[in-house]
Write a protein that binds this ligand. Structure first.
Ligand code: SF4
Length: 218
């Protein structure tokens, strides 16, 4: 990475930041990381998808794994789990292959589709990287969920792109200021791999009733 690219951030952080900006800052600013069952399963699952540079060729499809990607507009870089190239009447040329090929990013997730759009934001950022790299506009990508063993088609519409750009921009702002956001306890903390590092309940102020009860007990 060149000195000019020192402020580029890991694209995979998008999902952490969307989940909780403090979690992202603890990982990316303070280099804190704790394994829990969710992160362990995710890593194990990705090891299967990420066999560097493996390329599978089928008749009209090329499956490329662990593809390095970058967006200079978003200042994000990372590795796409899978990019599938399908032979079509429009697309890009590939070395040693005749015809035109249309890329589709496929992100692998261990769990099941979520109510929130964290996974979709990450996929959208990957798609924007591919758009910049190949100079085209993608309309959709896919997320494969291990729990359901199914692929989810994701429309890369204007609203998803807007949310992704906003998340990336806020992520860069926190990175620039190098200030970890304060903890705010919520139900998500119970699923967070960093709950023992973050200690979010320490920042929850007791209610007046709780305070009085505690004082009476003493
Ligand atoms: S424990 Fe809660 S507040 Fe702390 S990083 Fe995790 S989700 Fe965020």
């Amino acid at each position: 990475m060149s000195p000019l690219e020192q402020d580029y951030l890991a694209l995979s952080g998008i999902q952490h930041f969307a989940f909780c900006p403090r979690q992202w800052a603890l990982i990316h600013l303070e280099q804190q990381w704790e394994e829990n069952i969710f992160t362990y399963k995710g890593k194990e699952f990705h090891q299967k998808a990420n066999q560097p540079f493996v390329v599978e060729k089928r008749r009209n499809k090329i499956v490329s794994r662990a593809v390095p990607i970058v967006s200079h507009r978003l200042k994000l870089y990372g590795i796409a789990d899978v990019v599938e190239f399908v032979k079509r009447d429009k697309g890009i040329t590939l070395d040693g292959r005749s015809g035109l090929w249309w890329p589709t990013p496929v992100e692998y997730k261990v769990g099941k589709p979520k109510v929130d759009n964290w996974d979709k934001l990450q996929l959208c950022a990957q798609a924007v990287c591919l758009e910049e790299m190949f100079n085209l506009t993608l309309t959709e990508g896919q997320i494969y969920y291990g729990k359901t063993r199914r692929r989810l088609d994701v429309l890369l519409d204007a609203e998803l792109r807007r949310q992704m750009k906003q998340t990336a921009s806020e992520m860069h702002k926190v990175f620039m200021h190098k200030t970890t956001p304060k903890a705010e306890y919520s139900s998500m903390c119970d699923r967070c791999s960093l709950v023992r590092v973050c200690l979010p309940k320490m920042f929850v102020r007791p209610t007046v009733k709780e305070y009085l009860l505690e004082a009476l007990e003493e």
